[in-house]
Ligand binder design. Structure first.
Ligand code: NAG
Ligand code: NAG
Ligand code: NAG
Length: 363
């Protein structure tokens, strides 16, 4: 299902082809040991090439095979992983030879748009470095569900003494990564876990992401306005007749910490109840916040602007699948006006210093 066909199918003859695109990628995160990083990077490279090819197939008008400096605007943070992701993405779009000519602006480590949280003092103090953020996870790991899972895993492996959560978690992560590397191969480490054991370990991980990168504290997602504002400005430039037309394709390469906070800022995958150590019984099965799905290895968030009978509309894709943003119609593209309304504060009032400044007593 191509994106342009998709839009055409829904708004027969009313939507002209895609018009502008804004894509943000999270490089493969390496929560693994150093020895594995090379392997990880290698798989991630192939994935980026293929991802670029898929996006280009869907949106050939806005992601053409011919590179020019004025039609593509790339950007990455000053880290090895995002540089490599960007390079391989351009290989996928333009081929190996042309990709070497692609111009990238000088990267910064604390990019205010791509990695805003590195500049957010308040988030660092109140959330990232606050031991309280890990409390739900720690309580869950000391709780009855984890204890039963550990006994189970220990028994399956034939060990004498019940494994520690840390050791079992290492097995779980290795199983997850090896499965991601090669979907066909069954990682031997996965054999230690039953399906319900897996769910318990997954929940422990999700608890941490929820409280550090997600909905747990409002500062975490309130600070994520800069990339949203950037995207809106990119699209709003089209509303001004004779205004400055920037590159039709904006493609950013960043980190999963950015993407998760953006998803929460947009209001996606928000559960009615907070994820707690004590509500595995209800949240364990039917929650939306599942980091394994919403931020798997190498995720993408794409906004594609269409012109439909003079109206501008936006298609939002997360992990290449259509998602409905709050305030948008469920089975149609979202009018740009609806987005403007829904996220008005994000693009008109993104006062990062104000949001991220520490209250006087803590500064
Ligand atoms: C094109 O590349 C040059 C560097 O060679 C850069 O300074 C300039 O900003 C680029 N132009 C655009 C429109 O991106
Ligand atoms: C198994 O555990 C028991 C105590 O629970 C201990 O006495 C025994 O030596 C252990 N066996 C092995 C092989 O570690
Ligand atoms: C954010 O949460 C704090 C409590 O943690 C609350 O006092 C504050 O009003 C909230 N701010 C917004 C904008 O929702």
């Amino acid at each position: 299902m191509g994106g342009t066909q998709y839009a055409g199918g829904m708004n027969r003859n009313t939507c002209r082809s895609s018009y502008k695109v804004f894509i943000i990628f999270a490089a493969w995160s390496s929560h693994v040991e150093e020895a594995d990083e090379k392997h990880l990077a290698h798989e991630g490279e192939d994935e980026m090439v293929e991802l670029a090819e898929r996006f280009q197939n869907r949106f050939p008008q806005i992601l053409p095979e011919v590179y020019t400096n004025s039609t593509f605007q790339f950007r990455y943070t000053a880290t090895q992983r995002t540089v490599e992701s960007a390079r391989h993405f351009t290989v996928g779009l333009f081929g190996r030879r042309v990709s070497r000519q692609v111009w990238f602006p000088e990267a910064t480590y604390r990019d205010p748009v791509l990695r805003f949280y590195k500049l957010c003092k308040r988030w660092q103090v109140e959330v990232d470095k606050n031991p309280h953020s890990l409390l739900e996870r720690m309580k869950f790991e000391d709780g009855p569900e984890m204890s039963a899972a550990l006994k189970d895993v220990t028994f399956r492996l034939g060990f004498n003494e019940t494994m520690s959560t840390g050791d079992a978690r290492l097995l779980y992560i290795t199983c997850a990564f090896e499965t991601a590397w090669d979907h066909r191969a069954q990682s031997p480490w996965c054999a230690a876990f039953s399906e319900s054991n897996m769910k318990v370990f997954e929940y422990a991980e999700d608890l941490e992401y929820y409280w550090i990168d997600g909905y747990g504290y409002n500062i975490t997602y309130r600070q994520a306005c800069p990339p949203i504002k950037d995207m809106m400005q990119h699209f709003l430039a089209e509303e001004i007749p004779g205004g400055e037309h920037k590159a039709p394709a904006v493609v950013y390469f960043t980190h999963s910490g950015t993407l998760l906070k953006m998803l929460a800022h947009l209001g996606l995958y928000r559960d009615e109840n907070a994820l707690l150590h004590s509500n595995y019984h209800t949240m364990g099965k039917h929650r939306k916040w599942r980091v394994g799905q919403i931020d798997s290895f190498g995720s993408s968030l794409a906004f594609i602007l269409f012109r439909c009978n003079k109206q501008l509309k936006v298609l939002t894709l997360h992990q290449e699948k259509r998602v409905t943003l709050p305030g948008c119609p469920e089975f149609d593209l979202c009018p740009l006006n609806a987005l403007k309304e829904q996220y008005r504060e994000s693009w008109t009032d993104c006062n990062f210093d104000h949001i991220c400044g520490l209250p006087p007593e803590a500064a």
